[in-house]
Design a protein around this ligand. Structure first.
Ligand code: HDD
Length: 703
């Protein structure tokens, strides 16, 4: 776009030529070498003074004639567009999808035809309930929406990090969302499910029980977008060139393994760094450590669907991986942050209806409803049916149609013919061969408003999920339910929830009831279908069982004091970086500290600004004198006490012992406490870190 510059305008000298700018008071200041372009209005008119409105006299009234002022304020007043009604807080990145092998046997989708083919992609991660400015570590589902810019149009796989949903029918969506959002009279709580309305709705909606187990699990407090799985949730179809259909479920698996935080940590992260997940993705991509996921398909035919325990059209059910193995078919790499958050991440419009030829819908009633909602909402948010003219939403393949005009039309076709068929041989025509053909599924039946009987079992998979977790994960679920229900003020809602839990796991129900101070257990909720206890646990459902095998992509926070051992720090840093992890130094002052050898150790954070909740493991490289001094600082004591309470591995020099003791941490408490005086111990520290957390520490504490 043409921008007026001094060179191109050839205008006589301005204040820029004199290397002067005006200050707020109108006074002129000298500016450094390197001139900039001349500021203009949106109409291109050069601006002489951007600091003072036009007024009569120095202290007189402002003039409406000041078109520059009016334009500037007018535009500012209109900067915001409505935030998404759900998934308002999100963060996106660009990347590509690389196909491993041709899937032509299953689908004619162009993206899956050629091994090694790279397709550009844009991904937006999000929380569901909170508004745009809410914190990242809410206990919530995470959105995992992928836009593939394929050669045959955009394909949006609009998924979550949880493979099931709260409701079975899209007509219930406004209800579940209203219930979780801030209560409408008081407008709180923000980004929390811990309140009466949510649990009231849930406790009256047995179909949500499976999802509730997932949302109360550690899946809802991920450590990083990079360490989450993603799911298309619904059963979709793949359709090949012979118009044969195969059912499919889509699963994204993170290359770096799964990892979550603990709730007490999440609460503190939200205060210390509300942008924790954003910053993490930004830092990883900017430093060249590109996050990667593998796309896995669960492929099955009608016979499998007919013989499976549950209805494959029911979005509150999964197909366990142990029953139907996922097949990796490609990888997604995120390697570039948007240049402009608003233009790309805020304006990107995902729509489940965007499928390329070769991918098709199933009759899942949630999916069918979504296919209406997403298009509709984009008009509300982006203000015009021309939202596909916004670069992030435009296809990257050639496209030709007769849609025209409308607000903010940016692509305006030329020529006479804007319809077809026409006699002039102009314009695009449909192609039965290349175009999208819906799978010709035979349908018949009466028009009814009925929930299928095959959707009626609401507890069996909830129980299976709970039984598939490790002991610490089960404990986290019990703690999460107790916390959430403790915030519910209406007793009958708490009791109703416990009555559902009794159908899932008695021990869980008893623990929660006890934490809620209930004198006696209610009766189990009436179940339309008795919960089954013959479903095998699915180890694939546990995060802890599916963690990483290295510490790559993680972060160690090292607390140093004056007199610290600089050589040890250097060795530690080398070992951490060799592992593919990152080290950050925390010191009493952000300027750093003088090491024992007189060198300066630079610090990234002061202790208040770098609490241990921001790190996956910590090390204390302290001189004894330094540690003694830190015993008086609450932030330093919290650094240590929190790291221990959150089951992190702690490496420490013997000088650090006074601080450990003052923080109530026994230096010999368990194998997670690793002395670093001997440089060889660094290897042991890194090996410990690979386990991410020492859960036995937490299990020693009774609920
Ligand atoms: Fe939805 C946004 C995922 C059910 C209606 N949804 C939205 C986003 C994700 C999901 C990741 C954010 C996209 C972005 O980053 O811009 N939604 C899901 C999943 C669901 C689901 C995995 C169940 C399996 N959604 C669902 C239903 C409805 C909607 C049943 C309505 C009938 N969802 C919307 C919406 C949103 C949206 C109102 C808000 C902003 C947007 O679409 O673009 O249309």
């Amino acid at each position: 776009m043409a921008k007026p510059t001094r060179q191109s305008s050839g205008k006589p000298a301005t204040i820029h030529d004199q290397k002067l700018v005006r200050g707020n008071g109108g006074e002129l200041h000298q500016i450094a070498e390197g001139d900039s372009e001349i500021l203009t209005t949106a109409q291109g008119g050069p601006v002489a003074d951007d600091q003072n409105t036009l007024r009569i006299g120095q202290r007189g009234p402002s003039l409406i004639e000041d078109f520059h002022f009016r334009e500037k304020i007018f535009h500012f007043d209109h900067e915001r567009i409505p935030e998404r009604v759900v998934h308002a807080r999100g963060y996106g990145a660009h990347g590509f999808f690389e196909t491993y092998e041709s899937l032509a046997a299953y689908t004619r989708a162009d993206i899956f035809q050629r091994a090694g083919e790279k397709t550009p992609a844009f991904v937006r991660f999000s929380t569901v309930a909170g508004s745009k400015g809410s914190f990242d570590l809410a206990r919530d589902v995470r959105g995992f929406a992928v836009k593939f810019y394929t050669n045959e149009g955009n394909w949006d796989l609009v998924g979550n990090n949880i493979p099931v949903f709260f409701i079975q029918d899209a007509i219930k969506f406004p209800d579940v969302i209203h219930s979780v959002k801030p209560e409408p009279d008081r407008a709180f709580p923000q980004a929390q499910s811990a309140h009466d309305n949510f649990w009231d709705f849930i406790s009256l909606t047995p179909e949500s029980m499976h999802m509730v187990m997932w949302v109360m699990s550690d899946r809802a407090i991920p450590r990083s977008f990079r360490f989450m799985q993603g799911f298309g949730v619904h059963t979709f179809r793949l359709v090949n060139a012979k118009d044969e259909s195969t059912f499919v479920k889509f699963i994204w698996k993170p290359k770096l393994g799964m990892q979550s935080v603990v709730w007490n940590e999440a609460v503190k992260i939200n205060g210390a760094d509300p942008d924790f997940h954003r910053r993490d993705l930004w830092n990883a991509i900017q430093s060249g450590d590109f996050p990667e996921w593998e796309l896995n398909l669960q492929l099955f035919d009608q016979d499998f669907a007919d013989s499976f325990d549950f209805d494959v059209l029911d979005p509150t059910k999964i197909i366990p991986e142990e029953i139907l193995a996922p097949v990796p078919v490609g990888r997604l790499v995120l390697d570039r942050m948007p240049d402009n958050f608003f233009a790309e991440t805020e304006q990107v419009a995902f729509m489940t209806q965007n499928v390329p030829p070769g991918v098709d819908f199933s009759n899942d009633p949630l999916l069918q409803g979504r296919n209406f909602s997403y298009l509709d909402t984009q008009l509300k948010r982006l203000g015009s049916p021309n939202f596909t003219h916004i670069p992030i939403n435009a296809p990257k393949c050639p496209f030709h149609h007769f849609q025209q005009d409308g607000l903010m039309a940016m692509r305006n076709p030329v020529g006479r013919v804007n319809y077809q068929p026409n006699s002039f041989g102009e314009g695009p025509r449909e192609s039965p061969q290349h175009g999208f053909r819906s799978f010709a599924e035979a349908e018949e039946g009466q028009k009814v408003r009925l929930r299928a009987e095959s959707f009626a079992d609401h507890y069996s998979q909830a129980r299976q999920f709970f039984n598939s977790q490790t002991a610490p994960e089960q404990k986290h679920i019990a703690m999460a339910l107790s916390f959430e229900l403790s915030k519910v003020e209406t007793t009958v809602i708490r009791e109703r929830m416990v009555s559902h839990l009794l159908n899932i796991d008695e021990g869980l129900a008893e623990t929660v009831a006890d934490k809620l101070g209930m004198k006696q257990l209610p009766k189990p909720a009436d179940a339309a279908v008795a919960p089954r206890d013959d479903l095998e646990p699915s180890p694939a459902l546990s995060i802890i069982r599916n963690g990483p095998d290295s510490f790559a992509g993680r972060k160690v926070g090292v607390l140093v004091s004056p007199g610290a051992d600089a050589a040890l720090l250097k060795n530690l840093q080398a070992a951490i970086e060799k592992e593919g992890a990152v080290m950050e130094v925390i010191a009493p002052k952000v300027g750093g500290v003088e090491a024992a050898d007189g060198s300066l150790i630079a610090a990234k954070h002061m202790i208040d600004g770098g609490p241990s909740v921001l790190f996956d493991a910590v090390a204390l490289i302290l001189s004894e004198e330094g540690a003694e001094r830190l015993t008086g600082e609450a932030a330093a004591r919290d650094f240590v006490a929190d790291a221990f309470a959150h089951c992190k591995f702690i490496g420490f020099t013997s000088g650090a012992v006074p601080l450990l003791q003052k923080a109530g941490v026994d230096p010999e408490a368990d194998e997670g406490m690793i002395g670093l005086d001997d440089p060889k111990a660094i290897t042991g520290f890194i090996e410990g870190c690979r386990k991410l957390r020492l859960w036995s520490r937490e299990m020693a504490v009774k609920l």
